[in-house]
Write a protein that binds this ligand. Structure first.
Ligand code: GDP
Length: 525
């Protein structure tokens, strides 16, 4: 479809009919490629100022209202930047969250984007998450610009920051490299226009292009279920155009396009590449990061959704505990799909060699009765709700069936709770803890696997009841058990380093003078 078709059909009474009249095939013969605005992702270490920068650019203030000061919302917005040369350039920003808990989204963000801005604080220099972000940028093969932020602070030092970048193999212009950088203050706005000029320049160099005559294709950045309105999803159009009256299909979900909301929430008739758009009316919750495409009919969109869904269905996992592995079935709930993915990413990191968190359900919305049902009476199950409510009566129901519910508005508080649970449920392993050695001086008597010997403690303590390893010429030859201990002809419960003692040991091994006895206890750890 070309722009003329889009615009004229948008005005028609029956948009759908109008499009079918201009069949796609005919319309596509008029296809043309034009300059495509860049999609930009802002990455960097926590607190280095990503949200502040995105905020400054958007001219709103979302930082103050965020729980725990962490960005917990993924969306995207468009700005028009007037360059120094006076050109008006459209730029789309992905509003990716800043906490490391959102790594999943960040990685996705980077793959969605054409250009990355790596924010580095001029106070702190390169930090762990700066390196992680750089890795994600390199993996997604997109160019990037460094924003040296917080230059308004007295402790800011651009020189030191540049050195820190070089130490991490980020060689900027004028320092033996070609990476562009801009010193900025996201708070006051200094240097931000120059940074956006660099973005515009980089987009030009990349020769980003798109074909508005094609049906839209994009990537879901956020999905949300509202009890009243239904399911809405935001996606960024990577190519083509979206018009009302068509259908959209993604893995496991489809929707008619009845209305198109732009990034400000305003209703628009059509949208084209690099614009974030929100569509309401999905039959199921689309997955963030999934591709979405336009289809002409409901039937096509529906079957595309089913086909791609089938490919993604996973084999049900084994949920039985074993001797040394405990399974914790977990149900994740969150306010939006983006947070759900981030939470799942964090949970995946918590499994270790003895405790495995198995996600049995991920869903958007409040914790409800259905989630308890999904636990299936398995009282090992934990329901984790991030930024979401618990429906009335559900906590009581959970208590009755023994299912745990934990909710919070801060991700790391939830992971801390899961870590505590992991410690409690970790299966104990019996380990041998050595606590003394003794040298056998003499064998006094032996009968029926019981031997009476004289020995001297070389190190540590030997206790009555200890299990012992019998070592001959440095090699363990068998095990035994201390049945009795005597020191100075008196019964003793333990004997200390340096003392000579008599002991009755039960063992199938014939103990001889010169052997070593290594005593240990079995401890559950
Ligand atoms: P994020 O975690 O990377 O998104 O970082 P934020 O944007 O939330 O910023 C972390 C803190 O640094 C907040 O208190 C901001 O107000 C502050 N901050 C961010 N940019 C600047 C800046 O340019 N100058 C100053 N003085 N403070 C800043």
């Amino acid at each position: 479809m070309n722009r003329i078709v889009i615009e004229s059909c948008a005005l028609a009474k029956d948009t759908k009919k109008c499009y079918s009249q201009f069949s796609l095939k005919t319309a596509m013969t008029t296809s043309r490629t034009t300059e495509r605005p860049p999609v930009v992702v802002v990455l960097g270490h926590v607190d280095h100022g990503k949200s502040s920068l995105l905020d400054f650019i958007r001219k709103t203030n979302i930082v103050a209202g965020e729980a725990g000061g962490i960005t917990q919302h993924t969306a995207a917005y468009e700005v028009i930047h007037t360059t120094k040369a006076g050109d008006e350039k459209r730029i789309t920003f992905i509003d990716t969250p800043g906490h490391s808990a959102f790594q999943a989204q960040r990685e996705r963000g980077a793959s969605l984007a054409d250009i990355a801005i790596l924010v580095v604080s001029a106070e702190d220099g390169v930090k762990a998450q700066t390196k992680e972000a750089l890795k994600a940028i390199i993996a997604s093969n997109i160019p990037y610009i460094v924003a040296i932020n917080k230059i308004d602070l007295p402790a800011a030092n651009i020189e030191t920051t540049l050195n820190s970048l070089a130490e991490n193999e980020i060689y900027v212009e004028g320092r033996g490299g070609s990476i562009s950088y801009a010193p900025i203050s996201a708070k006051r706005g200094d240097g931000v226009p120059e940074l956006l000029d660099l973005v515009a320049l980089m987009a030009e160099l990349q020769e980003l292009s798109g074909d508005a005559s094609l049906p839209a294709e994009g990537i879901i950045v956020e999905a949300h279920r509202d009890p009243q309105k239904g399911i809405s999803a935001t996606f960024i159009i990577k190519n083509g155009s979206l018009t009302k009256g068509t259908y959209l299909g993604t893995a496991g979900a489809w929707t008619p396009v009845r209305a198109i909301a732009d990034s400000t929430g305003a209703n628009v008739e059509s949208a084209t590449f690099s614009s974030p758009v929100t569509i309401l009316g999905w039959n199921a919750l689309p997955r963030t990061g999934a591709t979405v495409k336009v289809y002409d009919s409901k039937k096509e969109a529906e079957s595309a959704a089913m086909l791609s869904e089938k490919r993604e269905i996973s084999v049900p996992e084994q949920l039985e505990d074993t001797n040394d592995m405990t399974i914790i079935p977990i149900i994740l709930k969150a306010d939006v799909a983006g947070s759900l993915d981030a939470l799942a990413h964090e949970v995946a990191k918590l499994s270790d060699d003895r405790v495995s968190f198995k996600i049995i359900l991920k869903d958007v919305g409040a914790v409800g009765e259905n989630d308890i049902k999904r636990a299936g009476g398995d009282n090992r199950t934990i329901i984790v709700g991030f930024n979401t409510k618990i429906e009335n009566g559900v906590r009581e129901l959970a208590e009755r069936v023994g299912v745990t519910i934990e909710t919070d508005t801060i991700i790391y508080k939830l992971t801390e709770k899961l870590e505590a649970l992991r410690a409690v449920r970790r299966p104990k392993r019996m380990v041998e803890e050595q606590h003394g050695t003794a040298k056998v001086l003499k064998l006094f008597a032996a009968a029926h696997n019981k031997q009476v010997i004289g020995a001297r403690v070389e190190e540590g303590t030997i206790n009555n009841g200890d299990t012992v390893n019998i070592v001959r010429r440095g090699e363990a030859i068998g095990k035994g058990k201390v049945l009795e201990l005597q020191q100075s002809k008196q019964k003793a419960s333990s004997v200390e380093q340096g003392s000579e003692f008599g002991t009755k040991i039960e063992s199938t091994i014939e103990i001889a003078a010169g052997d070593q006895i290594v005593a240990f206890s079995n401890i559950a750890r």
